[in-house]
Design a binder for this molecule. Structure first.
Ligand SMILES: Nc1ncnc2c1ncn2[C@@H]1O[C@H](COP(=O)(O)OP(=O)(O)OP(=O)(O)O)[C@@H](O)[C@H]1O
Length: 325
């Protein structure tokens, strides 16, 4: 497959000194949907803006089907479609008008732009609002309209910044089907999301960014294989007294992750039944409100990579007690 988007060693320093991209390299092939994950401020939007020619890199290279957005911004803009993070300004404009106008601006003839607009309105189940002006539309319908604008005449590389935000679960599914359809047409799709579970289900490859760098990339299965342990014992403390040490006969597979009253301990399968019995004891004693043994997923990898609330010392609990065996 052909790499439509190639980014090499990209650095972007803003005035004021923020190094928002710090040596980013990634590729997206034709027919591929790549999910870009990362905490707030990781540098995802900065990356997209540079590919779209809206910001100039400090150093490094970007090629969109062989073209350089710095040297040929107008040409690249025709090849790239962007759905920005901010809501599209739709005051006085209906979804149908907005999508059709964008298709026309991007060079589609009248007939095709009408047909594509109808197709998108249908596919995203937007019919009920297609002729309602923007100020009367919900946030989700505005997001879907912005997607429709980007997908109206998508060019070769499509970049979507948090496309499913505010969208209801049913239309979310329709939207993912449309994103896949763009890839099937031969587009390279790069999309930013904070929804790890959705990315795990719906994209071909995931790139995790943190502090302006690529922390990891691969398929969901490749990334999952990096996790410590096969399961996670999740406990919610009943009070601020916390949770006692993991008994010595239950080996933890790695350091625990903690958040206020919650504790997650990675475990291998051989420790699972003993860990469940321990959880039951704690609940019977009123020490935990609830506990569950869950298989590790991409979210665990993401938290490990991008910095979950890992205990400062893997061996110490909330009050300094030992959590590991
Ligand atoms: N125009 C700008 N001028 C100066 N600093 C900026 C500018 N735009 C972004 N930044 C800074 O660059 C860093 C990366 O921001 P960016 O918006 O790319 O992150 P992000 O990963 O898209 O975050 P989010 O998930 O919150 O949208 C942040 O520290 C941000 O404050």
């Amino acid at each position: 497959m052909e790499d439509l988007l190639i980014i090499e060693d990209l650095v972007k320093c803003y005035r004021g000194g923020t190094r928002a991209n710090d040596g980013v390299s990634l590729q997206v092939e034709t027919g591929e949907v790549v999910g870009l994950l990362g905490h707030n401020g990781a540098g995802k939007t900065t990356l997209i803006n540079q590919v779209a020619g809206l910001a100039v890199p400090t150093s490094g290279t970007i090629r969109v089907d062989g073209c350089d957005p710095v040297a040929e911004p107008a040409r690249v803009r025709r090849m790239v479609a962007v759905m920005p993070q901010a809501h599209a300004p739709l005051a006085g404009v209906t979804p149908r008008q907005a999508i059709r106008t964008m298709a026309r601006i991007r060079g589609m003839n009248k007939h095709d732009s009408r047909a594509r607009t109808d197709e998108l309105i249908d596919a995203l189940d937007l019919g009920a609002w297609a002729d309602t002006t923007g100020e009367r539309l919900s946030g989700g319908v505005r997001r879907l309209t912005a997607y429709g604008m980007a997908a109206s005449s998508p060019g070769r590389v499509v970049m979507l910044d948090e496309p499913t935000n505010d969208v209801d679960p049913v239309r979310r599914r329709l939207l993912w089907e449309q994103i896949r359809e763009l890839a099937d047409r031969g587009c390279a799709v790069l999309l930013v999301t904070h929804n790890v579970a959705e990315a795990e289900r719906s994209v071909d490859r995931i790139v995790v960014m943190g502090s302006g760098k690529v922390l990891a990339e691969g398929t969901a299965a490749q990334l999952r294989s990096r996790t410590v342990g096969e399961f996670r014992l999740e406990l919610t403390a009943a009070s601020a007294d916390g949770i006692p040490p993991l008994p010595g006969h239950i080996p933890a597979a790695g350091p625990p992750l903690r958040a206020v009253r919650r504790l997650a301990i990675p475990l291998d399968s051989q420790a699972a039944s003993a860990a469940l019995a321990w959880g039951q004891q704690l609940r019977a004693a009123g020490i935990v409100d609830e506990f569950a043994l869950v298989p590790v997923g991409l979210e665990d990898v993401y938290l490990q990579l991008a910095g979950g609330e890992t205990a400062p010392d893997a061996e110490k609990g909330e009050h300094g007690e030992s959590l590991a065996a």
